[in-house]
Ligand binder design. Structure first.
Ligand code: GDP
Length: 202
């Protein structure tokens, strides 16, 4: 009874930050990365997955928000927090740097097994979400989409958005999707099973 189904969280600790692909650690361990628009709830999702509030704090530390942050998971492998995109206050040059780092990472990182893409269920399918899905598709990378903040919608609206978004993305072959609430922890088991499954691949 020690399989992924029984994991209630994935304990993780901070390893390092890198400003670009070149400075990432050697690609020796399986990785699962997290991406999303700023404010979609990526840090809150990381808190839910790891049960560790200080972990997402690392990713919010000034100077680290534009970095690729690596965390070692106790079940083996790394969780990777990619810089959030579309933060209104960040400069044009910071956004260009973000695009370059994330594009390179998603396109060329050999150890990357899967990507968790966090969206706000009230505003899914933004331009940059599409770009990420396109990069992932071109690289044959598996993506699991979280429609986060599901607690903000009633059940009907939630299921309606899930259905519509699934349909919109049906052309992306390597993509799965679920509703999630980082606030309530709803959907956590499905998410943790997905991540643990990816981390176990070699
Ligand atoms: P990030 O910028 O993507 O890392 O987003 P944060 O994790 O900092 O979350 C942004 C805001 O959304 C914060 O005020 C969170 O408390 C809130 N938030 C995140 N996830 C949820 C959720 O599932 N439900 C609700 N109601 N609020 C959430």
């Amino acid at each position: 009874m020690n399989n992924a189904h029984n994991l209630s969280r994935i304990d993780s600790k901070f390893l390092m930050s890198a400003p670009n692909l070149k400075q990432c650690p050697a690609p020796e361990k399986t990785e699962v990365a997290f991406a999303g628009r700023s404010n979609a709830g990526k840090s809150s999702v990381l808190n839910q997955v790891t049960g560790n509030k200080s972990l997402a704090k690392v990713s919010k530390t000034p100077g680290r928000t534009q970095m690729i942050n690596f965390f070692e998971a106790n079940i083996g492998g790394l969780l990777v927090d990619l810089p959030g995109y579309g933060y209104a206050k960040s400069s044009k040059s910071a956004q260009i740097q973000w695009q370059k780092a994330v594009n390179e990472y998603l396109s060329f990182r050999e150890s990357l097994q899967g990507l968790i893409l966090v969206m706000d269920i009230r505003h899914p399918d933004q331009d940059y979400d599409r770009e990420i899905l396109n990069w992932a598709d071109e690289s044959g990378l598996d993506v699991h989409i979280l429609l986060n903040k599901s607690d903000k919608l009633g059940n009907n609206k939630k299921l309606d958005t899930l259905g519509k978004t699934r349909l919109k993305y049906s052309a992306y072959k390597n993509t799965s999707i679920q509703t999630f609430s980082a606030l309530k922890g709803k959907g956590r088991e499905e998410l943790i099973n997905k991540i643990a499954g990816w981390l176990k691949r070699h």
